[in-house]
Ligand binder design. Structure first.
Ligand SMILES: Nc1ncnc2c1ncn2[C@@H]1O[C@H](COP(=O)(O)OP(=O)(O)O)[C@@H](O)[C@H]1O
Ligand SMILES: [Mg+2]
Length: 208
């Protein structure tokens, strides 16, 4: 059942203080042990959670490569066997909210990871159209089991999930992705998927 927004506000408020103290503890520990990679990762994750809580951080021009690389770095912690990034140009820049862009990539990567047991392959391609109204296209493909034809049109619906229904917030991920891509970036998100031979799923994000 969805929590009321007042409850969510209270919850977020109460999370902020222990979160801030955890970040400070991390900073202090890093002062003593500056090369500790795990500690750095913990600090980055905590900071990311803090930025998600602290609502909109404002729009900026950001490097697509940098944000996607950082998403892949976190996703690798969940064991992706192989993850390639192909760029068609040296780098692409998008104007918008970096945190929200990362949320979209994180969600799509997480779904691919959750869908696959072994041999996880995720490809991220970025294509810059060579025309006057150039657009950036991000494609994220996986070699997972695919999505059944009847489910394809429902994957962006609020609450649609084929996973364990007892999970909190299940079926929200792609709904949030669609809302961010369309409302925050004025872009489009679509999905193609195959089951059976050559099974796999591709999400395409088009930014204006
Ligand atoms: N990469 C993928 N491979 C297979 N199925 C997927 C993939 N991504 C999404 N799905 C399907 O779309 C559904 C909705 O995804 P999402 O909105 O993120 O909710 P959740 O992950 O909580 O189920 C998933 O339950 C799954 O059935
Ligand atoms: Mg999900």
């Amino acid at each position: 059942m969805p929590r009321s927004s007042k409850k969510i506000d209270e919850l977020l408020h109460d999370i902020k203080s222990p979160l801030t103290s955890a970040i400070i503890s991390c900073e202090e520990a890093l002062d003593k042990d500056p090369l500790n990679e795990n500690l750095r990762d913990v600090r980055e994750s905590l900071k990311y959670i803090a930025s998600l809580i602290n609502a909109d951080s404002g729009d900026e021009r950001f490097s697509v490569r940098e944000v996607i690389s950082s998403s892949i770095k976190s996703a690798k912690k969940f064991s992706i066997d192989s993850c390639e990034i192909n760029f068609s140009s040296p780098d692409n820049y998008i104007y918008g909210n970096t945190i929200k862009f990362k949320r979209v990539i994180d969600n799509i990567l997480l779904n691919a990871i959750e869908a696959l047991a072994t041999n996880i392959v995720i490809r991220v391609e970025i294509v810059m159209a060579n025309s006057e109204n150039a657009s950036t296209v991000v494609k994220i493909s996986d070699n997972g089991p695919g999505i059944m034809a009847g489910d394809l049109e429902k994957v962006f619906d609020n609450g649609f999930s084929t996973k364990d229904k007892t999970m909190v917030n299940s079926g929200l991920g792609l709904y949030i992705c669609k809302s961010i891509i369309e409302k925050d970036f004025g872009g489009q998100i679509s999905v193609e998927s195959k089951i059976g031979r050559d099974h796999g799923t591709t999400f395409t994000l088009v930014f204006p």
